[in-house]
Ligand binder design. Sequence first.
Ligand code: HGY
Ligand code: MN
Ligand code: MN
Length: 425
Amino acid sequence: MRIFESNPQSSRTIQLRAETILNRINELASISEDAVSVTRTFGTDAFRQGSQLVQYWMQDAGLQTRVDAIGNVRGRLVSPDSRAKTFVIASHIDTVVNAGKFDGPLGVIMGIDLVEQLIRSKTPLPFHIELIAFSDEEGVRFHTTYLGSKVVAGSFDTTLLDKKDASGITLREVIQTMGGDVDQLKTDAILPDDWLGYFEIHIEQGPVLYERNVPVAVVTAIAGQKRVEITFAGMAGHAGTVPMDMRQDALCAAAEFILQVERLAANEANLVATVGKLNVMNAASNVIPGKVVCSLDVRSNQEMILASAYQELHQRCADIGQKRAVDVDWNLIQETSPVSCDPTLNQFIEQAIKENGFEVVRLMSGAGHDGVPISLVSPIAMIFVRCYKGISHNPLENTELSDVAATLQVADTFLKRLIEKYTGH
Ligand code: HGY
Ligand code: MN
Ligand code: MN
């Protein structure tokens, strides 16, 4: 049975598809919370505007769409077999602050294109396909990641509903403002028995493909991570009158800790650790900082290394606080274990990479992805796409047209082979 009638693989067609994808990337990137950067964080007006555009593209492709209670935009292509399982193709449309254009949207917009080809070719599907634009992978607003994919995976923690953002608005209020019903969160999950698999296309966000001059890679695993919020509480004081040996300087305590974080991670392979946020409360140049809040992000693809680094940093933080008479409040915000991608799905991806004449590169992901919570209920697979010097979470983030085209070829082949396998051909 011919899977694709019109040949989407012809280079002209592929080129046109890739151009459309890049145009849409730019169109979505033009929707932002501010005029100078790409920022669309969970539940903001810009986020909702972006979601509406993505939902329009999904509808235009011929999908039945809906927005679920957590704000995921979902498009469904049903199989003639009502008992079929569901294969999810997804990524996220929320961004970090001052983001690049590709982290998240590339996977969603390419997913729409891939499914549109299946619709156009009238391929009878042996499984349902659900395309999902997740609403909060980055966790910028509430400092908790994967809110959208946790709802779809059925692991959303409803105690988070009362979590407040920096302006004191709760997650519950944001969901309701977006028109969501928090009582729906449970029913928005895809049931464990209904999952066939999960597939995400995402920029590598690292330098390997750029250095090796290869357009795509298959992802073998996703690193585990722990995110902590740490409050250093010392004693605010007059910068001119308090002798140096009598100070309880919260910022110096934090600074000593931050350098210890860097030193520990720099000396341990398979470990990265970052302090990305630092807030000096009631800051003034002539005031000894009394209270400082910082973030800590620790990651490893090895559970043991992650756990021992976390313990070590926790202890060092307490020791610094004790030495400086600064109280330390250590608040673990979220943690995920390292997850493996599915070997069977990865074999299909590797086969598709070879069939299209590319070198097979296998990469572990240091970045977290929505496949992490999904991996608890479904086999997951990811394709990484080369990006400029591996730069991401930065406006310089970029992927070339030719790499989008190469990824389309590989992803088309991957889906074609998967459909053949489940159609029994
Ligand atoms: O932080 C990450 O790993 C991802 O960008 N959410
Ligand atoms: Mn991402
Ligand atoms: Mn990201």
